[in-house]
Each structure stands twice: as structure tokens, then as C-alpha cells.
Design a protein around this ligand. Structure first.
Ligand SMILES: C[S@@+](CC[C@H](N)C(=O)[O-])C[C@H]1O[C@@H](n2cnc3c(N)ncnc32)[C@H](O)[C@@H]1O
Length: 193
């Protein structure tokens, strides 16, 4: 379990309460996950916080109910841009940013149509295969930036597939919350075909 300050924990609790409230109306997480909100979603997202240096800008792709983007904005204090195409989820993300006093900017667009200033770090969870994530991330990331992607059991297979199209530096960090899951960290990547 990730240790956070009492103040951060209190803001995460505010986020969890708001999500439970909104989940009755819009599907932010599967209703059967509500009882597992902390271990399955909040802790899963929190494990990225210790990989993120202070002050670095973050862009989170396909933020959905705020994982990992809102959690990282609360836990790191860094500015986070959230890109999400579903307008109702964007309304939730804005409200969550306000209630949790998190430094977030919500872009209510498809990733392909969004053009925020390039970030130091790109994150994504449960969004798309690695190949596609790299395609989306490249123009939104600074040259010397890196990506952190939360992945399930197919992490290694996705890396192998993406390596055919991309030159990249990468590492795989085992997930602390999802047995068989992993965080893929990618930097210095460019398309080769
Ligand atoms: C499976 S959900 C995952 C949400 C969140 N990252 C999580 O881990 O709970 C994928 C989210 O990405 C959004 N999404 C999918 N394709 C997108 C695109 N091209 N541009 C912006 N958002 C997209 C969907 O609306 C959805 O909210």
C-alpha cells in the first residue's frame, strides 16, 4: 500500500465519495467495482506517483473516472491535463478537480484532436494497445519526456508487438496491485516503419 499524508488521504476520500455519488448516474467504474474502489482503482493509480518527479507536467489520456489522472494530481501536486472524449465524464472530472483542489485541466476532446502543450510525462490506463498509445503520446510529449502505461497481463506481448514499429527505451515494472499486471515505462521513442 502506498503511504500518503493525512491531507492527501483526506482529498482522496473526497474524490472517492464524489465518484460513488456520480456513479449512480454515469458509468465511471463498473458498479461491482465500487466495493473495490481503493485497491482496484485508487491504489493502482497511486503506484505511479513515486515514479513522477516533482513539478513535472503530466497529460493523462482517456481519463474516464479520473484514473490515474486525478489521483496523480492529488498525490503529486503536479499539474495534470486530462483528455477525455465523453462529455459527461468530463463534467465529473472538472467537479472532482474542484472538490479535491487538484491542479487539473480537462480537455473534452478525442486525443487525436487535442493539442495541449507537450508534457513531461504521459500516462494512460485501460485505454488501448501499446502501439496505439505510442502513436497518440508522441506529439503530446516533450522530446526528453517519458510515458507510464498501466497494463494488464498482455504487457510483454504488447511490447514485443510495438517493438516492430518503434525504436524505444523501455522498462517493465511489476504492478503492486494487479498480480500479472505491469507498468510499462517508455522514453526516447520514434516510429521506424
Ligand atoms: C476503459 S476507459 C478507462 C478509463 C480510465 N483510464 C480508467 O483506467 O478507469 C477508457 C476511457 O477512454 C476514453 N477514450 C477512448 N478513446 C478515446 C479517444 N480517442 N480520445 C479521448 N478519450 C478516449 C473513453 O471515453 C473512456 O472514458
Amino acid at each position: 500500500m502506498t503511504t500518503v499524508s493525512r491531507e492527501t488521504h483526506e482529498r482522496l476520500e473526497r474524490f472517492a465519495d464524489l465518484l460513488v455519488q456520480w456513479n449512480a448516474k454515469i458509468n465511471l467504474v463498473s458498479p461491482r467495482d465500487i466495493a473495490q474502489l481503493w485497491p482496484r482503482h485508487i491504489e493502482d493509480s497511486l503506484q505511479l506517483a513515486e515514479l513522477i518527479p516533482e513539478g513535472k507536467t503530466i497529460t493523462d489520456l482517456g481519463s474516464g473516472g479520473g484514473f490515474p489522472g486525478i489521483i496523480l494530481a492529488i498525490a503529486t501536486g503536479n499539474p495534470v491535463t486530462l483528455i477525455e472524449s465523453d462529455q459527461r465524464k468530463c463534467a465529473f472530472l472538472r467537479e472532482a478537480g474542484r472538490i479535491c483542489e487538484a491542479r487539473v485541466t480537462v480537455i473534452a476532446k478525442r486525443i487525436e484532436a487535442a493539442s495541449p502543450p507537450p508534457a513531461d510525462i504521459i500516462t494512460a490506463r485501460a485505454l488501448a494497445p501499446l502501439n496505439r498509445l505510442l502513436e497518440w503520446a508522441r506529439p503530446l510529449l516533450k522530446e526528453d519526456g517519458f510515458c507510464l502505461f498501466l497494463k494488464g497481463q498482455k504487457a510483454q506481448a504488447e511490447l514485443t508487438e510495438a517493438s516492430a514499429d518503434w525504436h524505444m527505451s523501455h522498462s517493465i515494472i511489476p504492478s503492486r496491485t494487479d498480480p500479472g499486471g505491469a507498468i510499462i515505462k517508455v522514453s526516447d521513442f520514434k516510429r521506424v516503419v
